[in-house]
Write a protein that binds this ligand. Structure first.
Ligand SMILES: CC(C)(COP(=O)(O)OP(=O)(O)OC[C@H]1O[C@@H](n2cnc3c(N)ncnc32)[C@H](O)[C@@H]1OP(=O)(O)O)[C@@H](O)C(=O)NCCC(=O)NCCS
Length: 263
């Protein structure tokens, strides 16, 4: 990079777009189109290098696992409601994305931070030490009434997406120390809080796998955003095609419980 360039205010090492040529991390987009999958190019863009075949399959599986979870999720309800208020598809999808916080999709970031805080630099840790680490983490959570990101679910006592993702991760050799710690914490919750049924949910599972893949925890929410954007586009388009504008809660779903009429 020349000195003049390095002093420019807006700099990027991701994509260059000059003289009619678009290069992503140095690869000509013309050659990626038709030759590489969306997941492969996402990996390239986010990590800087082309994925191995196993990395590409793993990332693709992560995207598929989070593509949609039905109409009742906070993001889908928000996106459809915004659209039904008379807004555009992009505004509605963006509104859906804004719901992705610590309880919905965004838990990937917090869970990955927790796993990476405990394990970064200690990836060759022995299984016994992982089990002890999980015990300490859960003891601390129970004692201090902490909610651990990546555990628990509104509907599932076993998250079906976690089950399948763990199988895929094992087949593709991404069942390393982070995945082992994530599973050991869920096992420990089963012992310490059996009545509450706190499974490793899809966010926690993705958090562990992306950590085993070497991604920074701060990208955590990004994986969910990439995956769920497609689901939200579908939800909003369906709202557009099927429903009349102005969604309103049905009377049996809401009530007024404030003060009665006053003089
Ligand atoms: C997903 C979630 C909102 C579902 O909540 P829920 O099923 O309605 O559970 P509740 O909020 O009623 O909590 C029930 C009990 O389990 C405990 N609990 C729930 N999730 C917990 C977690 N992740 N870690 C520790 N304890 C948890 C609560 O503290 C509560 O304990 P108490 O009965 O002693 O008060 C909740 O589990 C959570 O906040 N998880 C962490 C965020 C996360 O991973 N989100 C991604 C979801 S896919």
């Amino acid at each position: 990079m020349s000195e003049t360039n390095s002093q420019k205010e807006w700099r990027t090492a991701i994509t260059s777009n000059q003289d009619g040529k678009i290069l992503i991390r140095g690869y000509n987009l013309d050659n990626l189109i038709g030759n590489k999958s969306y997941a492969e190019v996402c990996f390239l863009l986010l990590k800087g290098e082309m994925p191995t075949p196993n990395e590409a399959k793993m990332l693709d599986a992560i995207f598929v696992s989070s593509i949609d979870a039905g109409i009742a999720t906070p993001s889908s309800v928000a996106a459809r409601t915004i659209f039904s208020g008379g807004n555009s598809l992009n505004a509605a999808v963006a509104g859906g994305i804004l719901t992705l916080g610590d309880a919905h999709g965004g838990a990937i970031e917090k869970a990955a931070k927790m796993f990476q805080d405990y394990l970064k630099g200690k990836e060759n840790i022995k299984d016994n030490d992982i089990a002890q680490m999980a015990k300490n983490i859960v003891d601390d959570a129970v004692k201090n009434k902490k909610r651990l990101a990546g555990y628990g679910h509104k509907l599932h006592t076993v998250d079906p997406r976690t089950k399948r993702l763990l199988e895929v991760a094992k087949d593709l050799n991404f069942g390393g120390s982070y995945v082992k710690l994530a599973v050991a914490i869920a096992d420990e919750f089963r012992v310490k809080k059996p009545e509450q049924k706190l499974p490793l949910n899809v966010d926690g599972c993705i958090a562990a796998i992306i950590s085993d893949m070497g991604f920074d925890y701060r990208l955590g929410k990004g994986f969910f955003i990439i995956a769920r954007s497609c689901g939200l586009v579908g939800q909003v388009f369906e709202e557009w095609m099927r429903e009349k504008p102005f969604r309103r809660l049905a009377p049996h779903l809401h009530e007024y419980d404030g003060v009665p009429e006053r003089g």
